[in-house]
Design a binder for this molecule. Structure first.
Ligand code: PMP
Length: 400
């Protein structure tokens, strides 16, 4: 039945790790996937996650029954509160419905299918560039995907005018995907003033903002600061969707914990939207898994654990910022041609280096440094021990 199948290419991001794993060199360095590593280069399980797991395991009243279709109700409430804020008017007015989904990707996919089924417009505008999976998630979810300008390679910053122009000339009412913070892959975020400009255009054209929040707490180190854009769009009283991931900020990558929230115009709409979300989810995977969301609910619901979490999160964010400075200084010390200030200016896990595909290939071949071909490096995978090797590789690639 499957004789005709052709070998599919590896995923552009996850494939980097496959290539890295095959490499025998002791100096090899994986800066492809956006996963946090310690100074020793090891995966990191947060202390609060271990503590929450211990509490869960020792609680003999817990069982393995199916969850409801939209997951754990307290997890949903706490997730919405985390992104929308303690005093969110939308939560107070009970206009938000939330479904626990399979991490950020699953939340985006459920959101896409919900919109394809129930929203008047079937087109979503996504930034150029964006996380590689967005186009596929949304198009397979039933939406037509178009792009708006976002990044300007000349300034290595935001193409604010281009973005506003593209949004102004897009049809009224379309869905607009926005990275809530720490834009992937560019590390370039709008300033608060620019967010306000974006909000005005989106609201004036009756567009529906869909926030992808995969890095809350990872950009600035503060959960509230990183939620600024989303909250700006909620306090104006309008509607939006938010897909949240706990992969990065709680280090729960493989547990697949996330949430999709719909901020609706009224409580009665939110109630009906919730009932329709169930119809989207039930035939897709029936209901979500218990363990990861129980961890998150335990941490978010306990004042002490929450407090400890913010400290651990800030420490991860600060280590990444330290790596930015170390790399920047290492390139300056080598006299590497070019302006590398964007390394310290960009935000979040990634630096969009501006290195070409050929330079990336050279660095992989000659220096065993692995990264995506668009020149994106995961700063979270660097340590003070590996920065010199990366700087050598970049220097050689740029001067060759
Ligand atoms: N959105 C963006 C922008 C991301 O960078 C990622 C993770 N790389 C995700 C969504 C989804 O991640 P996950 O499904 O692991 O939560």
């Amino acid at each position: 039945a499957f004789q005709h199948l052709q070998q599919a290419p590896d995923d552009p991001i996850l494939g980097v790790t496959i290539a890295y794993n095959k490499d025998q060199s002791p100096v090899k360095l994986n800066l492809g996937v956006g996963a946090y590593r310690t100074e020793e280069g090891k995966p990191y399980v947060l202390r609060v996650v271990r503590e929450a797991e211990e509490r869960l395991i020792s609680d003999r009243s817990r069982n393995k029954e199916y969850l409801p279709i939209t997951g754990i109700p307290t997890f949903n409430k706490l997730s919405a509160k985390l992104i929308l804020g303690e005093d969110s008017p939308a939560i107070r007015e009970r206009r938000v419905c939330t479904a626990q989904c399979l991490s950020g990707t699953g939340s985006l996919r459920v959101g896409a299918e919900f919109l394809a089924k129930h929203y008047s417009q079937k087109t979503i505008y996504i930034p150029t560039p964006t996380w590689g999976n967005h186009t596929k998630v949304f198009s397979l979810g039933g939406l037509q995907v178009k792009n708006y300008r976002y990044y300007d390679p000349r300034t290595r910053g935001l193409d604010f005018e281009g973005m506003l122009q593209d949004l102004r000339s897009a049809p009224s009412g379309v869905v607009v995907l926005l990275h809530a913070c720490a834009h992937n892959p560019t590390g370039v975020d709008p300033t608060p003033g620019q967010w306000e400009g974006i909000r005005q255009v989106i609201r004036s054209k009756n567009m529906l903002p869909f926030f992808d929040s995969a890095y809350q707490g990872f950009a600035s180190g503060s959960l509230d600061v990183d939620a600024h854009a989303v909250r700006l769009f909620v306090t104006d009283g309008g509607e939006c969707l938010v897909a949240q991931s706990f992969a990065k900020n709680m280090g729960l990558y493989g547990e697949r914990v996330g949430a999709l929230s719909l901020v609706c115009s009224s409580e009665s709409v939110a109630t009906r939207a919730d009932s329709q979300l169930k119809l989207v989810i039930r035939p897709m995977y029936s209901n979500p898994p218990i363990h990861g969301a129980s961890i998150v609910a335990t941490v978010l619901g306990d004042r002490n654990l929450y407090q400890e979490w913010t400290v651990e999160l800030k420490a991860m964010a600060d280590r990444i910022i330290r790596m930015r400075h170390l790399l920047y200084e290492a390139l300056r010390a080598r006299g590497t041609p070019g302006n590398w200030e964007h390394i310290i200016k960009q935000i979040g896990m990634f630096t969009f280096t501006g290195l070409s595909k050929e330079q990336v290939n050279f660095m992989t071949r000659e220096y065993h440094v692995y990264m995506t071909s668009d020149g994106r490096i995961s700063m979270a995978g660097l340590s003070s021990k590996t920065v010199p090797h990366l700087a050598d590789a970049i220097h050689a690639a740029v001067t060759k």
